[in-house]
Write a protein that binds this ligand. Sequence first.
Ligand SMILES: C[S@@+](CC[C@H](N)C(=O)[O-])C[C@H]1O[C@@H](n2cnc3c(N)ncnc32)[C@H](O)[C@@H]1O
Length: 188
Amino acid sequence: MNKTVDNWIEVDGRKFLTDIGVRPGQTVLDFGCGEGHYTIPASKLVGRDGKVYALDKDSDILDKLKDRITESRIENVELINESSRIPLEENSVDVVLCYDVIHFMKIDERKLVYDEICRVLKDDGFFSIYPKHHKNNYPLMELANVKLRDIVKEIENSGFVLDRKFTGKLLHDDYYDEGFVLNFKKGE
Ligand SMILES: C[S@@+](CC[C@H](N)C(=O)[O-])C[C@H]1O[C@@H](n2cnc3c(N)ncnc32)[C@H](O)[C@@H]1O
């Protein structure tokens, strides 16, 4: 790991997740967890009474994360190798993170994922998304022509309401990026 990633994992990531509302004892799903740049700070923050499910479709990346959590003796993370489907009970998760992931998905797959997230999220939980790579922010892949306001509409069409926006310094890949995440809660 480089120093930036170390600093994020040890200090800034935990602070960021606290700022957006993650609390000790909670159950968090990190959807599209990658190498765990948000999974590991979340696991430290939720602590022994909490749990983090780290889900990714890429088994190689999950192997890397497995090595990292074993080395760090982290015991509250469960890895899930799955694409788009979430093999968890309904109403079982306090927080879902989906950071820098949705540009990989076509619109139908995004809808499936938002519906799945809504299903597993508790009624008083929240869904936090880092919508990188849309039309106005380094456009890429399936989001290259999608505006931010259309992403918000897609998510709201799956039963969510936009609640808050958090702007600040985020880790993107292995560097700091000024950006924002959007927190959604479940609609009535
Ligand atoms: C750019 S990485 C972001 C990793 C991490 N969330 C972060 O911010 O550091 C995107 C990850 O999403 C995963 N991914 C993309 N589409 C997915 C899907 N439909 N189901 C599960 N994982 C997916 C990819 O395999 C990749 O590891």
